[in-house]
Design a protein around this ligand. Structure first.
Ligand code: AMP
Length: 283
C-alpha cells in the first residue's frame, strides 16, 4: 500500500502537527531501514497503540565509527516503503544526511556510564550517536509513544534514561525480539553472514538459553553461567570471536555476581563481517 514519504524536517513537523491538531495520538518507530519482521513488529505495535504512525528511516552516520560498516550497511528503501505501507504506517520520514546534519553540530547527547558498558566498550562512539539522533527525531516527530526492540537491550536502557533525565514527553515502548525459526535474532546485518557463518549464528541464542536454564535450575554464580555460555559459543560457533558475554543488572548494566535477582544476559560475537548481539532478561 502507498505510504507518504517525507524528506524534510519542516514538512515532517507540519505533518505531525496536523495529525495532533486532529486529536490523533502519534507513535514513532525509529529505524535504519533494511526492514525485516523485527521492525515490522514495532510498526504493528505502534499501529495498535496510536492513531498516527510515523516510521523514520535514516542510516545515522554518527553512530558508526570510521572502521565500521556505514558504507556497506544494507539499503532497501523501495521494499521498506512497501512494508511500511502494508502495515498501515501513515508517514515515513526519510531525510538525507545533509538534512539531519547540515553543519558541524556542536551538541551531542551522552548518557554517562551505562553507555560505556557492554557494547560501549567495543563501540565507544556508538551510543552518543544514537542518543543524539534519537533526540533529534523526537524533536522532529513529537510523539506520544516511541517503539524500540528488545534486541538492542542496551539501547533501550540508554534511551529510556535519556528520556527520563531530559524530560522528553514521550513514552518508550519496548517490543520483544523477533527471531528466525532457528532462534537467530533478526537483524539487518544478518545479510553479511556467509552460509557457513549463518549455520553457526544460532549459537548466540543457544548460549542465552543455556544460561537461562542454568539460572532457573540452581542460580549459580554469574561467572559460572557466563563460562558455560562461552563454552557453548566455542562449541557451536567456532568461527565466532566473542566481544563479550555478560550477566548484568538490567538497570545499571553493571556485572552481577549472584543470579538470585533480576539479571540481563547479553552477548556480542563477531562472525565474519557481522557483529551479532543478543540478550535475554530474567525478571
Ligand atoms: P535498526 O534499524 O537496526 O536501528 O533497528 C530499529 C529498531 O528495530 C530498533 O528499536 C531495534 O531494536 C528494532 N529491532 C531490530 N531488530 C529487531 C528484532 N529482531 N526484534 C525486535 N526489534 C528489532
Amino acid at each position: 500500500a502507498f505510504v507518504k514519504v517525507i524528506k524534510t524536517i519542516q514538512a515532517m513537523r507540519s505533518d505531525v502537527r496536523a495529525a495532533r491538531a486532529g486529536g490523533k495520538t502519534v507513535g514513532v518507530v525509529p529505524t535504519m531501514g533494511a526492514l525485516h519482521a523485527g521492525h515490522v513488529s514495532l510498526i504493528d505495535a505502534a499501529r495498535r497503540a496510536c492513531d498516527y504512525v510515523v516510521v523514520t528511516i535514516f542510516v545515522n552516520p554518527t553512530q558508526f565509527a570510521p572502521t565500521e560498516d556505514l558504507g556497506a550497511y544494507p539499503r532497501t528503501l523501495e521494499a521498506d516503503l512497501g512494508a511500511c505501507g502494508d502495515h498501515g504506517a501513515d508517514a515515513t520520514f526519510v531525510p538525507d544526511a545533509d538534512e539531519m546534519y547540515p553543519t558541524d553540530a556542536m551538541t551531542e547527547i551522552h548518557v554517562r556510564t551505562i553507555s560505556e558498558r557492554l557494547c560501549g566498550r567495543d563501540r565507544p562512539v556508538h551510543f552518543g550517536g544514537v542518543c543524539t539522533v534519537v533526540a533529534k527525531l523526537f524533536n522532529i516527530v513529537p510523539a506520544d509513544k516511541a517503539f524500540f526492540g528488545q534486541k538492542d537491550f542496551q539501547q533501550t536502557v540508554v534511551v529510556k534514561r535519556m528520556v527520563a533525565d531530559l524530560n522528553f514527553p514521550v513514552e518508550i515502548v519496548v517490543c520483544p525480539t523477533v527471531r528466525e525459526a532457528d532462534g537467530l535474532a533478526m537483524s539487518s546485518r544478518n545479510v553479511y553472514l556467509t552460509p557457513a557463518q549463518r549455520r553457526q549464528a544460532p549459537a548466540l541464542y543457544g548460549a542465552l538459553q543455556r544460561g537461562r536454564d542454568l539460572i532457573a535450575r540452581s542460580h549459580p554464580p554469574a561467572e559460572q553461567v557466563a563460562q558455560a555460555m562461552r563454552r557453548h559459543l566455542a562449541a557451536d560457533a567456532p568461527d565466532g570471536q566473542i566481544d563479550y558475554v555478560a550477566i548484568v543488572n538490567p538497570s545499571t548494566l553493571e556485572n552481577v555476581e549472584s543470579t538470585d535477582g533480576p539479571v540481563a544476559m547479553a552477548l556480542a560475537v563477531r562472525l565474519g563481517r557481522a557483529r551479532l548481539i543478543d540478550n535475554v532478561v530474567i525478571e
